[in-house]
Every structure is written in C-alpha cells, then in structure tokens.
Design a protein around this ligand. Structure first.
Ligand code: TXA
Ligand code: MG
Length: 313
C-alpha cells in the first residue's frame, strides 16, 4: 500500500475529530471493552464497502452495528419482549443482539449482507460511548484486524494489521474483556457466538437454557468460519508441555494467561499473548496451549482457541 496515506493516531481529546471523520465516510478504528472495532458510517454504503476491502473480508459476512443506546437501536430494528429484556439487562456491555430490521432503517445493505436481521450492540467502553454520541449515527464495526487473523485488543495491534489501509485509530486503553461480544438472536432464541458475556449470565436473566445455534458455520452466523484468529504458527490445544507453551493456572508455560486460573484475566490476555507467542514461535513453530475449563468465559476462550487451531482453509 505504497500510495496509501498513513493512518492517524487519535487520543481521547480527539473524539470530535474521529466522529467528523466517520461522518465524512472515513474508516476509524476505536476501542470497545471487547476488542477494537473498525468503524464506518453504517448508512454509507461506500464507506462500508471500504471496511470489507480493508479487512479482506468475504462480503457475505454481515457486520455488527454500534449505537449509543437502546432507544437508538429501536430506530433500526424491532425488539420483542425478550430482546428488550436482554438489552435492558446487559447494555451497555459485551452483548450483540440479532433482531429484525425495521422498515426505513436506513442502513446500507452491505452491513447486513442482505439479511432481514441486524446484529446491534451498545458498547460500555467510555471512549466508544463518547464517539457514538458524537457521531450520532449508527456505526458498523467488525473487529479491526485483517480477516481471519487475531482480533486486536490495543491500538498497536490495529496498526500492525491495518496501517495505511484505514484513516485513523482512536487510541484507548487495552480492551478490558478481550473477547468479542456474545451474539444472541431472539426469534428464535439462540446463542450464535459465545463471547465476552458468559452464557450463564444470559441464562440466569432468561430463566432457562440458551440453545446454541446448531451449526455455527451455517448462514445464520455467517462469520463463524472454522479457521479464524489464526496466528502464523500452528496451535496445539490441551497441552501441558511444549517449547512454546501458553500456560493457564498451574500449567506454567513461557507466558501464562492467568497464573491464578482466573478466566476474566485469561480472556483479557488471550489475543495479546497469542500474538506474542506467535512472534516467538514463528511460521514453523507450534504454540501449545494449556487446558482451559469450558465454564463462564472459558466457553468463548475455547471457541477462539479451537478456531486458531483449526486447519487453515
Ligand atoms: O465485540 C464485538 O462483537 C466486536 C466489536 C468491534 O464490537 N465486533 C465483532 O465483529 O466481533 P465481527 O464482524 O468480527 O463479528 C461479527 C459477527 C459475525 O460472526 C457475523 O456473522 C455476525 O456477527 N452477524 C452479524 N450480523 C448478523 C446477523 N444479522 N445474523 C447473524 N449473525 C450476524
Ligand atoms: Mg472478527
């Protein structure tokens, strides 16, 4: 990308500038509590098309729309009682809800990849919230990484993958949760992607079992490709030794996701440590990963690790 202009790095004092860039159809990456998103005005088809191009993302894969409040979300989509109850319980926060589009929603059709539903989230991260308030429009944002690679949890990660391909990055703290949002649909009620909100919390709010979507690679969750989050190195799971061992709890390793076995700490460290281990192991090495329990955030951690370890398609 020799001729591409360099990517601006903006700070908390530049939220108005970041909002103006988005309103002008530019691409701005921004922090959320889950991962950094690559934002574009969700009503601007050309801007959204450039998000797909910058990421090298297959165009059948729809984007999540970010808004500042449930009231803003209800302008775009129809919330039934269950959807509204979940939004009220967990927004702002790491939950995306797939809901039917409302007539006159105004979103570019590329955002939903032609589906009649849309995934919406209200992030809690203060910079993200200020940005969405300042933009005063829905912002479409996938994770700010080249398609298929590890999601970014710092502005540095964003620049490593997308420098010169996007207009700006809003530099905030490292992402607190560190895993993408949990995605649910409410008609029918399904868990489409485990993520930063533990399924147990959703089930407690719903008062019952949340059925996972039967086949996560079917059109219902088109972005859930088997090989994803892929480092250069191979990844081997459930190991207790290895030259490049990513530990957890008592399985020490070269780096450790959480020496105390805390799944929140492990989630927050996962993508950054995978990147560091990848740099150590290189394309010919293997990153061995210690067993992680499949409860709470462990479900989403194992989901991401399974994709990172999957044969590359
Ligand atoms: O935490 C997150 O969710 C981050 C931050 C930036 O918000 N975003 C994110 O976006 O992870 P992305 O594009 O990497 O993943 C979006 C997922 C994809 O798996 C996509 O298929 C699914 O959301 N999705 C979007 N719209 C959908 C819809 N209408 N029905 C079903 N799945 C949908
Ligand atoms: Mg992604």
């Amino acid at each position: 990308m020799q001729d591409a202009p360099d990517t601006l790095t903006l700070g908390a004092q530049d939220v108005a500038q970041a909002a103006a860039l988005l309103r002008a159809g530019k691409l701005v990456a921004f922090p959320t509590e889950t991962v950094y998103g690559l934002g574009a005005d969700a009503a601007d088809g050309a801007a959204v098309a450039r998000v797909y191009a910058a990421k090298g993302r297959p165009s059948f894969n729809p984007l999540i729309v970010h808004v500042a409040s449930l009231a803003d979300a209800e302008k775009l989509a129809v919330f039934d009682d269950t959807a509204r109850a979940l939004a009220q319980a967990f927004w702002p926060g790491p939950l995306s809800i797939v809901v039917p589009l409302r007539d006159g929603h105004g979103l570019a059709s590329l955002v939903t990849a032609g589906l009649d539903t849309v995934a919406i989230r209200v992030p809690a991260q203060p910079l993200a919230h200020s940005l969405l308030v300042a933009v005063a429009r829905p912002v479409a944002a996938p994770s700010a990484n080249p398609s298929g690679e590890i999601s970014p949890t710092t502005a540095r990660h964003v620049l490593d993958g997308l420098r010169g391909r996007i207009d700006a990055v809003l530099d905030g703290e490292a992402c607190e949760v560190g895993l993408e949002s949990t995605i649910v649909s409410t008609a029918p009620l399904r868990l489409l992607r485990p993520g930063g909100l533990p399924a147990e919390a959703l089930e407690a709010a719903l008062g019952g079992h949340l059925q996972p979507h039967a086949d996560p690679d079917a059109p219902n969750a088109p972005g859930q490709l088997v090989s994803h989050y892929a480092p250069q190195a191979r990844v081997a799971l459930n190991r207790t030794d290895g030259r490049f061992l990513l530990g957890f709890g008592k399985v020490e390793g070269q780096m450790n996701l959480s020496p105390s076995g805390d799944l929140h700490e492990a989630a927050a460290n996962l993508f950054a440590m995978l990147r560091e281990m990848d740099a150590l192991a290189g394309a010919t090495g293997t990153i061995a990963v210690a067993p992680i329990p499949t409860v709470g955030l462990g479900l989403a951690i194992n989901d991401r690790l399974n994709r990172a370890a999957a044969p590359r398609g």
